[in-house]
Design a protein around this ligand. Structure first.
Ligand code: CTP
Length: 367
């Protein structure tokens, strides 16, 4: 990256990750002043300007002619934020404010550092480097969780990702907030953080979620007896079967109605069957069209062995016979095809070596 200016800084997670020596997911830039004016003045290739937020999307200068992809980058102007409605999106003010004021509005000291793109100096007004060394998560001011309760989830996420703990004062602020939650909040943001936290698939996240009472942020009627019936082994199940939405396997038994689940997410939860099939064929039929996450939730709540038998064995059993094969046997198209396919599947589930065509001929006597 050759984008440099004495007022241009790397900011937030990327600086934290560099100090931690871990890989960063994205690189955020912040310009002390007006980023849009900076981009225009510098002749950068501007893709999009957003004056209300003071952000600009540019194509970074080419570093080499052979560069294959050329991802765009966002540069934010320094800005302050206020929360006229606690728990909701902040309102932006003072675009172009001092870097210090921009850093002050952030969630944790470890995320409130910047690195100058010219000098490489790390700007650390709030002790972020020290907190990284001490593995502590510390908010910048006492109203931080009131302004933005999603930060409690972010704290959990960073704690699990980096092996950090909340510092004592921050833990107390979290406890105070969780004893007095304002449920009129942006659940959209909460959901994003929940997904990121539980997609890490760490048992520790779940433990802290329960023990610290963070689950209470979900709202709804949650009592301790409704906790995950069996949380042991969840992580191993997810590692083994790799569902697309691990977070829902972790949280599927909570009341998630505040989160505005998508149709697909809702289906995962609503279709957990509350029955126990009596044989392999019934098991196959029960799970065949269900999302993997639902089968895992069934394993955790209704019957582990039945679900695992399906996932490890039955799920892979397929019949090879097609409608074309049946036609060739002279069987007229109609309802009977489905009956034959079901029959074949049942037989195959009983005996995977079944000779399908032979069986059809024997049973249905065509030809
Ligand atoms: N931030 C904040 N409060 C939030 C969300 C974000 O103060 N509720 C600030 C933090 O300074 C954070 C930065 O915005 O570092 C960027 O946020 P985000 O991209 O969500 O997080 P990162 O810190 O970059 O972490 P990740 O590695 O998970 O992307």
């Amino acid at each position: 990256m050759t984008l440099k200016d004495k007022n241009l800084y790397y900011v937030g997670g990327v600086v934290r990750d560099e100090i931690l020596g871990t890989q960063s997911f994205d690189t955020d830039f912040c310009y002390e002043g007006n980023a849009i004016e900076f981009a225009r003045k510098s002749g950068l290739n501007i893709i999009k300007e957003n004056p209300d937020f003071g952000t600009v999307r540019v194509t970074p200068p080419q570093t080499s002619p052979s560069r294959e992809c050329d991802p765009s980058i966002d540069i934010a102007s320094t800005r302050e934020e206020t929360y006229p409605q606690a728990g909701h999106l902040p309102v932006i003010k003072n675009i172009g404010c001092s870097l210090k004021n921009d850093l002050k509005r952030r969630d944790f000291t470890i995320n409130a550092m910047a690195k100058n793109t010219v000098t490489g100096d790390i700007i650390d007004y709030f002790g972020g480097i020290k907190d990284i060394r001490n593995k502590k998560l510390k908010v910048l001011h006492s109203k931080s969780f009131i302004d933005d309760p999603t930060r409690i989830l972010r704290g959990l996420k960073f704690a699990v990702r980096f092996g950090f703990e909340l510092d004592d004062e921050t833990k107390k602020l979290q406890d105070d907030y969780l004893d007095n939650i304002n449920y009129d909040m942006s659940y959209h943001r909460l959901k994003k953080e929940l997904k990121e936290t539980f997609n890490l698939n760490k048992e520790e996240a779940y433990k802290k979620f329960i023990e610290q009472g963070i689950y209470k942020l979900l709202g709804g009627n949650i009592t301790p007896s409704q906790y995950f019936p069996s949380r042991e082994g969840v992580s191993a199940l997810i590692d083994k079967y790799k569902p697309y939405k691990p977070w829902l396997v972790w949280l599927g038994f909570f009341d998630l109605s505040n989160l505005e689940l998508t149709g697909e997410e809702q289906k995962i939860i609503d279709s957990i069957p509350n029955v126990k099939p009596k044989n392999n064929f019934e098991t196959y039929k029960l799970f065949n069209n269900l999302p993997l996450e639902t089968v895992l939730l069934y394993a955790l709540s209704i019957d582990y062995d039945i679900a695992i038998n399906y996932l490890d064995r039955l799920k892979n059993i397929k019949i090879k016979t097609t409608g074309k094969d049946l036609k060739q046997l002279g069987i007229p198209n109609g309802k009977i095809y489905k009956e034959i396919f079901d029959f074949l599947l049942e037989e195959k589930i009983k005996n995977p070596q079944t000779d399908e065509i032979k069986l059809v001929k024997e049973k249905y006597g065509f030809i």
